[in-house]
Design a binder for this molecule. Structure first.
Ligand code: URC
Length: 304
């Protein structure tokens, strides 16, 4: 009698770095993606006996990603992931679910004194757009997102009134810097099941980002938790096509430096000098849901 059984399993080629250039005369456009494929289905045999009869090689999944970039182009990460996920499920009998994860790296045109360069680009900061597309043969689940969106408010942030026990040394702060690297994932209500038209992925992404930034800038903050909730609430209120949004936000602490030993006053009101601490950092994570919606975004955003 065997004493083990196979649990959840998936496989596919991870981190296919695809760069697609679209030429419009001398003016080029660039899409720069990192695409990871994970397939699951009738795959017990390969684990139990080593029979590869139901296995589409990961090498083939890699080739498919590159071929699709050429054959279908890359309109948006979401659209590209949907085409791939549908292909793997519909064309390969043993595969019942496909999950495509995509990171997109943004490039902007280099501005020169003669105008925008038609085919020269500079990478935009550390901000990365993300998408996860899952297809099970009947409907899609689309999670869009971003990570590495670094923001800072140099005032309008306080932190006080918290629990104080015998290990508490933190001083209450009535005017501090609030800085974070926003990671966010939002789930679209749309599944493609009921024939409803798919969202316009690019403009939807841009407007979610704009709403988040506006809420961060506008919120007078009594905690990063409160700021996070305001950002999520404004997104859900402003975007009827979204059901939930989840954030992971490190509190990038900025500590005022003690310059008294040098006889120098370092007052907030005069424009102070801070040390930007690297670690440890507070890590604030929460989901904001439309009332009645199900929480389906994974709790740990690190791999999304
Ligand atoms: O916005 C904050 N939330 C906290 O929970 C916390 N804890 C802490 O030490 N500083 C902060 N700041």
């Amino acid at each position: 009698m065997p004493i083990t059984i196979l649990g959840q399993n998936q496989y596919g080629k991870a981190e296919n770095r695809v760069v697609k250039i679209t030429r419009d005369g001398a003016t080029h456009r660039i899409k720069d993606l990192n695409v990871s494929v994970a397939l699951s289905g009738d795959l017990d045999d390969v684990h139990y006996s080593g029979s590869n009869a139901n296995v589409l090689p990961t090498d083939t999944t890699k080739n498919t990603v590159f071929a699709f970039a050429k054959e279908h182009g890359i309109d948006s990460a979401e659209q590209f992931g949907m085409a791939l996920a549908r292909h793997f499920v519909e064309e390969t009998e043993p595969i019942s679910t496909a999950r495509i994860r995509i990171e997109e790296y943004a490039w902007e045109r280099i501005a020169t004194p003669e105008g925008e360069a038609p085919h020269s680009f500079v990478r935009q900061g550390r901000e990365t757009r993300t998408a996860q597309i899952t297809y099970d043969g009947t409907g899609f689940q689309i999670l869009s997102g971003l990570k590495g969106l670094t923001v800072l408010n140099s005032t309008d942030s306080e932190f006080w009134g918290y629990i104080k026990d015998r290990y508490t040394t933190l001083k209450e702060d009535y005017d501090r810097i609030l800085a974070t690297d926003v990671s966010a994932v939002w789930r679209h209500e749309w599944s493609g099941r009921d024939g409803e038209e798919a969202p316009e992925w690019q403009s939807s992404y841009e407007s979610v980002r704009e709403i988040m930034l506006g809420a961060f800038a506008r919120t007078y903050s009594l905690s990063l938790q409160q700021t996070l909730y305001r950002m999520g609430a404004e997104v859900i209120e402003g975007k009827p096509e979204l059901a939930e949004i989840r954030f992971a936000m490190p509190n990038k602490h900025h500590f005022k430096v003690d310059l008294e030993p040098f006889g120098v006053k370092n007052e907030t009101a005069d424009g102070a000098v801070y040390i930007a601490a690297d670690r440890p950092y507070g890590l604030i994570e929460a989901t904001v849901l439309r009332d009645g919606a199900e929480a389906l975004i994974p709790l740990d955003l690190t791999n999304l």
